[in-house]
Design a binder for this molecule. Structure first.
Ligand code: FAD
Length: 344
């Protein structure tokens, strides 16, 4: 168990901002993880669990405790009836995992191609894109229970998945460390083509899983939503805000105020709709390419706040506050950030 001191966290995050961790270590096995939690307890240090760093914003002051980077590797494929159970370590690169599944002609995660981060981060906010979410295929999640000090298995139901939510980022936040995730995929299955952007690209045709994956990545690349060191617009934490869910009457009154027949929206349950946060931000006066100091809005996607090169975390927060306040003042809707804030 190697514990390093005063390690800058910015290089471990995709938005590349943030100060140092007082202590930093890596867990390659469940046993190493348990040891690290024991060490932190004996020293009275807080622990933060880091995956691929694609959904976090670290403060300039950093984290006053132990940051444990999860690096549990390995993927196993087990044929069960006419499905395949795929068990992946929390430290496996997510897009590498999706590629491997698509290469084996296993359907269920193809629309989640190109999303950065690791397997262990996906149940946390029920990662989703282009009409697919991991909650559709996760069977169970094996975790270390920090409160009880034991290894437990949680079923899909017990994870409490909703839009960008699970018990891991709500009621049981920071209680469980994900070690392994088990997915049920379908050999030879059809790709899920329900999202408008995807339907338009295939214009009614029936693409293969590989074609669906390649198309998703191409669309994401146009929006700088894949990590590409040569694309400064991808120095982000992805979408900075969740799409707010409001009642249809709120959506109707916004349309009325703007003198529009209707506003962009997706059904989200009985009498609720989801409004694209990107649309609200644009209507509040923030165009793609907007700049505030060293922070900015991606020129390819108005929902991505980017580090323009040497931004501090405070500059990212200043732009987040400004957009949040402007949307609140104009529409009465408080946008909720998607990334997890560390050390604030
Ligand atoms: C360019 C870009 C595009 C993106 N596109 C999408 C998208 O289309 N859809 C989407 O849903 N998200 C998207 N994201 C957000 C992000 O990629 C996902 O949320 C991803 O699953 C986060 O995983 P991670 O390993 O990077 O987690 P981290 O960023 O390291 O951590 C995020 C949170 O999860 C916790 N966590 C991480 N690993 C574990 C673990 N093993 N056990 C317990 N807790 C853990 C952390 O403590 C933290 O609270 C995007 C991000 C970027 C930068």
């Amino acid at each position: 168990m190697e514990i390093l001191q005063n390690i800058l966290l910015a290089p471990f995050t995709t938005i590349a901002v943030g100060g140092p961790a007082k202590y930093f270590s890596r867990a390659r096995t469940a046993a190493e993880l348990v040891d690290l939690f024991g060490w932190a307890r004996s020293k009275g240090e807080n622990v933060f669990v880091l995956g691929g760093g694609s959904n976090v914003l670290v403060s300039d002051a950093g984290f006053d405790g132990l940051v444990v980077k999860i690096e549990i590797s390995g993927i196993n494929f087990d044929v069960v009836g006419d499905t395949v159970l795929v068990t992946a370590g929390a430290g496996v690169d997510w897009d590498g995992f999706v590629r491997e599944c698509v290469d084996r002609d296993l359907a269920g995660v193809e629309c989640l191609s190109g999303i950065p981060g690791n397997v262990g981060g996906t149940p946390v906010q029920n990662v989703g894109a282009y009409g697919q979410e991991v909650s559709e295929t996760i069977v169970r999640v094996r975790c270390f229970d920090r409160a009880a000090g034991t290894i437990v298995e949680l079923s899909n139901d017990e994870c409490g998945f909703e839009y960008r939510k699970s018990i891991f980022n709500t009621s049981e936040r920071e209680r469980y460390v994900v070690l392994w995730v088990v997915f049920r995929l379908v050999p030879g299955g059809q790709p899920k083509i329900v999202y408008k952007d995807l339907q338009q690209r295939f214009s009614g045709g029936a693409p293969s899983l590989r074609e669906a994956r390649e198309t998703v990545i191409a669309i994401r690349r146009e929006k700088s939503m894949v990590i590409d060191p040569t694309d400064p617009n991808s120095r982000s934490a992805g979408s900075f805000f969740k799409n707010p869910i409001v009642s249809t009457s709120v959506a109707d009154s916004i349309a009325e105020e703007l003198k529009l027949d209707s506003i962009p929206q997706f059904a989200a349950g009985d009498d609720d709709v989801k409004i694209p946060a990107a649309w609200l931000i644009e209507q509040a006066g923030f165009r793609k390419g907007f700049i505030l100091g060293n922070a900015g809005i991606s020129t390819n996607h108005s929902l991505a706040i980017i580090n323009r090169g040497s931004a501090t975390s405070a500059e990212i927060v200043a732009l987040k506050d400004l957009t949040q306040k402007s949307v609140l003042d104009k529409f009465g809707i408080r946008l909720q950030p998607e990334p997890i804030f560390i050390g604030f």
